[in-house]
Design a binder for this molecule. Structure first.
Ligand SMILES: *Cc1c(COP(=O)(O)O)cnc(C)c1O
Length: 437
């Protein structure tokens, strides 16, 4: 094992000090603050392909990918050129443009799970709108969510499980009225009994069940085969809408997202991240019947000054066009699986209690001996001290992961064989440090 010194963070530290005078905690989104890993946050100066460079000139192979959107890597020529060409004609009109039709056509003609779509500007906004639509459509108020699923910072969903099996949620953020949390029921993932009890206890009151079909914001909590199907059946039997929050899984595990992978038809689907090619875009879609309830066609109000913004639409069109090319997802998965298998083999040989959970090009490093982790409460919070060391060691070896052990990593289409080899060896060395110090 080679001794390694800490990377320089002089410029990043200076920028962070300045940033703290402008922004709460020095950042514009909390996890960026490196609170659960070593050192000050790295300020990124440039990205190209699978690599990023920070303000101190350190270079990394990036597995964060802006938290998921960058499935084609940084600064992909097709996306960049499309954005530049759209911008020649101005950036926003607040009036319809042909680009909105083009992106909608691209999506709807390649996705059999939705018939109509509405573009918004973030994943949070998509979820917020989907919930309102479900309530407007069913004329019911309650929402059921799962502990460990993240749906953006929507009031009604910043709620965690209370005590007891089936409970109203408790707010997980200050500023969320208790009365909002009272409309949200929270149960554990992968628990059929809890689901049935909730439906029995709140009969005819639940407007929608919302789930990340591939829960990937609090570890990667892959559900047991059959759980999602059971959820679908229970929702149908109770006239409750099933919302798949595919902000992270949409266009990531396949062009049709998790709905396509599992062959399950949800009632409403939300998208974000990849759909905008790195620009702020979200969307929600459903059958034409359900979507006919959205304003101005129907009574559920939802609007946006920059919704369907042409520059963002251009980025989305360019990115999604690449995803439709032959074998795109197979190649990405093959590359990721080879990477994950090599690491699993290494830890098995060494006897480390470490797992990598993977689906498609999403992976999660878990410092655990368990074969499966399917629920939030199965994650051992103490294991995060291992991640903290692992994260520092990887940065020192030129590998960038999101700064939290609860976050997943992403492989992009432009990670090269060299990148994967470099990352693999860095992971071996970093695991040796974690387990031998
Ligand atoms: C990222 C994410 C959101 C929130 O999207 P933002 O664009 O950050 O508002 C919602 N749901 C899921 C599943 C996500 O991964």
């Amino acid at each position: 094992m080679t001794e390694i010194t800490d990377i320089s963070r002089v410029k990043s530290a200076e920028l962070y000090e300045k940033a703290k005078t402008y922004f709460p905690g020095g950042v514009n989104s909390p996890v960026r603050a490196f609170r659960s890993v070593y050192g000050t946050p790295l300020f990124i100066q440039k990205g190209d392909g699978s690599h990023i460079w920070d303000a101190d000139g350190n270079e990394f192979v990036d597995f964060c990918g802006s938290w998921g959107p960058l499935i084609l890597g940084h600064n992909h020529p097709a996306v960049r050129e499309k954005v530049i060409s759209v911008m020649q004609n101005g950036m926003s009109f607040g009036a319809p443009t042909a680009l909105e039709n083009e992106l909608a056509e691209l999506i709807l003609s390649n996705n059999k799970f939705i018939e109509k779509i509405r573009f918004v500007s973030s994943g949070t906004e998509a979820v917020m709108s989907a919930i309102r639509l479900a309530r407007g459509y069913t004329k019911r108020d309650k929402i059921l969510k799962f502990e460990g699923c993240y749906h953006g910072h929507v009031d009604a969903l910043l709620v965690k499980a209370g005590s007891g099996l089936v409970t109203f949620g408790e707010t997980s953020s200050a500023g969320v009225p208790k009365s909002f949390a009272d409309e949200t029921i929270v149960i554990a993932l992968n628990d059929k009994d809890a689901l049935q009890k909730a439906f029995a206890e709140f009969k005819d009151q639940i407007a929608a069940v919302i789930i990340e079909p591939i829960p990937a914001n609090n570890g990667l909590l892959l559900q047991e085969g059959g759980f999602l199907q059971f959820l679908r059946e229970q929702c149908t039997a109770n006239d409750t809408l099933l919302i798949f929050d595919e902000v992270i899984s949409g266009f990531r595990v396949g062009f049709e997202g998790a709905a396509g992978v599992f062959g399950i038809q949800p009632d409403i689907i939300t998208y974000g991240k990849i759909i905008g090619g790195g620009m702020p875009v979200g969307a929600y879609g459903a059958s034409a019947t359900i979507m006919s309830n959205v304003s101005p066609q129907g009574p559920v109000y939802q609007a946006g000054t920059l919704s369907g913004n042409p520059v963002a639409m251009g980025a989305g069109i360019a990115q999604l066009t690449e995803l439709l090319k032959e074998n795109f997802y197979q190649d990405l998965e093959t590359k990721t699986t080879a990477f994950v298998s090599a690491i699993q083999q290494y830890v098995a040989d060494k006897g480390y209690e470490f797992k990598i959970f993977q689906i498609g090009s999403i992976f999660w490093f878990a410092f655990t001996g368990q074969d499966h982790i399917r629920r939030a409460d199965e994650i051992d919070a103490n294991s995060m001290s291992h991640f903290k060391i692992f994260h520092r060691e990887l940065l020192n070896r030129g590998i960038y992961l999101g700064p939290s052990g609860y976050e997943v990593g992403f492989v992009s289409a432009v990670h090269t064989a060299d990148d994967m080899e470099k990352a693999k060896l860095a992971i071996f060395d970093s695991l040796d440090v974690v387990y031998n110090q």
